[in-house]
Design a protein around this ligand. Structure first.
Ligand code: NAD
Length: 516
């Protein structure tokens, strides 16, 4: 392709496929001040898309977010096509037809016979390789991935994915177009799930694994991830929102494309639930039930009062011990300060990536009087406690009452290696680190893309730095040694940075080929 800077300007953008995504892309393109030619194989779909977009603009005018003048100008930029040949003069054509490889390849082949040799062909595919789609074209160097997120105008990120044969000037033009649309352009390599969908693997698969181990139930995990982790939505609420028909297919596809990478391994639970049509909101039942008044979240188990008893706190982690001792004093319960607990003491342990049983056993304590408390994210918003399989009921009840003394919500888990938040965070960070290690995108791009595309409070590398890379590595190492599962093997990116004592966002200064 010619390397002509005049090609950085765009007169007309074509969008093919006027479904959910195509409409959003067309709207955004017109709002960016570009003329956009809309085409769908069903003429009705194109007309409906124009009506849909116009209605949205009308609402924005009514809410004072757009002037009448802007609305009219935007409207004039929407050009309805009736034949694919109407896209002949487009500088870029973005396809958003159904997710079928043969369909996308044949569409691009047909378009090559219509458009000029300088026209960029962009695909909005979520799961296919851009290189593979391009392989069907005479000029694969003109093909690139422009991956938008739903709803397009609100999700302010576009992944820009050059295939192996994409020309440098095509990448430059795609990045320019993305920026003109006002979204963050995240340049990624052509790898399964690209950046955002790859980075999102841990959230649902690890949560499913936790319930698969019998540690707790979906609502408890969701509460912990929202209250302790600061996530907008828990993993099971999210699975229900997306629909298991979509999420299960994405989980399987990315796992298989990475040749059964254990870090991305899906759960047998979703396959079963799919067979039962428990898809989520769309079938009114998923991990939650959905009635006329919305989601029905099971109430939290009530916490009974218990009389104060002596509390002994393990001193293995001094910061955690101090936080717990402060809590015990505020509650007015007696603290035991001896090196070993008395027989009637409630023993509080603070494991990192370990289960309560292992932690008690290692310290030579009687597991019947032990309860583990998660101090990973502090003790302010919600408190998680974990019992060993033989913890006395009265001891567990005392621990619940103590943690709940000031009204802070409490979640009680069966013994689990690493509580909920610890292992969820560790898996999110580890996959993010591996994305950096594989040079799929630059560290800053990974973080920003995940914050915008997945709505996490922090991108995976920043999340690791927030909790401490060393703590995250300890959790992963302990999980791997306890379970023997290579799913938890730590990324070299993480190991090296912890060893060197630097942030996880520390780059190696090598060229990613990014044109930001
Ligand atoms: P959709 O089913 O809502 O719309 C697809 C549209 O393409 C339909 O209107 C259909 O009539 C039209 N179409 C089919 N064959 C055509 C052809 N040969 N020529 C012209 N039009 C044709 O699908 P969608 O959800 O908008 O997804 C479109 C693409 O975007 C897929 O590749 C999907 O993987 C990807 N994507 C979807 C989402 C999402 O959340 N829906 C997010 C990111 C990417």
């Amino acid at each position: 392709m010619a390397n002509d800077t005049s090609l950085q300007s765009f007169n007309k953008i074509g969008v093919v496929g006027m479904g959910t995504m195509g409409r959003g892309i067309a709207q955004l393109t017109a709002e960016a001040g570009l003329n956009v030619v809309l085409f769908d194989v069903h003429a009705e779909a194109t007309r409906e898309a124009v009506t849909y977009i116009s209605t949205r603009w009308q609402r924005q005018v009514e809410k004072g977010r757009m002037t009448e003048d802007q609305r009219q100008q935007n409207g004039q930029r929407l050009i309805q096509a009736t034949e694919l040949t109407d896209l002949a003069n487009c500088d870029v054509v973005i396809e958003a037809v159904a997710e079928k490889l043969a369909l996308k390849q044949s569409l691009f082949r047909e378009l090559e016979g219509i458009v000029g040799s300088q026209t960029v062909l962009a695909t909005n595919t979520s799961s296919f390789s851009v290189t593979e789609i391009a392989s069907a074209c005479h000029l694969p160097e003109r093909v690139i991935g422009l991956h938008f997120f739903n709803p397009v105008p609100l999700m302010k990120i576009i992944e820009v994915i050059p295939g192996l044969r994409t020309a440098a000037d095509v990448l430059a033009r795609a990045l320019t177009l993305g920026k003109m649309m006002g979204h963050f352009t995240a340049q990624t390599t052509d790898t399964p799930g690209f950046l955002v969908n790859h980075a999102g693997r841990a959230f649902s698969t690890e949560a499913l694994r936790i319930i698969g181990e019998g540690a707790t139930d979906p609502a408890t995990i969701d509460r912990i991830m929202v209250d302790q982790g600061g996530f907008r939505m828990g993993p099971f609420m999210l699975l229900d929102l997306i629909g298991l028909d979509v999420s299960h297919a994405v989980m399987e596809s990315i796992y298989q494309q990475f040749y059964q990478e254990p870090r991305c391994r899906p759960s047998p639970l979703t396959r079963q639930r799919l067979a039962a049509n428990l898809l989520g909101r769309k079938t009114h039942e998923g991990f939650y039930r959905y009635g006329d008044s919305g989601v029905e979240v099971p109430p939290e188990p009530a916490i009974a009062d218990a009389p104060p008893r002596p509390v002994w706190v393990s001193q293995e982690d001094l910061c955690a011990a101090l936080a717990l001792e402060t809590l015990v004093e505020k509650a007015g319960w007696p603290l035991e300060k001896g090196a070993t607990p008395s027989e009637q003491a409630l023993c509080l342990l603070t494991p990192l990536g370990e289960d309560a049983t292992h932690c008690a056993h290692r310290q030579g304590l009687n597991a019947r009087q032990c309860v583990a408390i998660d101090t990973f994210a502090g003790l302010d918003k919600r408190r998680s406690l974990m019992v060993t399989p033989i913890t006395d009921a009265a001891v567990a009840q005392a621990a619940q009452a103590l943690l709940h003394h000031d009204g802070t919500p409490v979640s009680t888990l069966n013994d689990s290696t690493g509580f909920v938040l610890q292992r969820m965070v560790a898996c999110i960070v580890n996959i993010g680190a591996e994305i950096a290690q594989q040079r799929i995108a630059a560290p800053a791009t990974i973080d920003r893309a995940v914050e915008l595309g997945l709505g996490y409070p922090l991108g995976p590398l920043r999340l690791g730095d927030h909790y401490g890379g060393e703590r995250v590595l300890t959790i992963l190492n302990n999980l791997q040694s306890a379970t023997g599962d290579p799913r938890y093997r730590a990324s070299l990116w993480l190991k090296r940075r912890v060893m060197l004592g630097v942030d996880l966002t520390t780059d190696e200064g090598l060229n990613y080929g990014e044109q930001q």
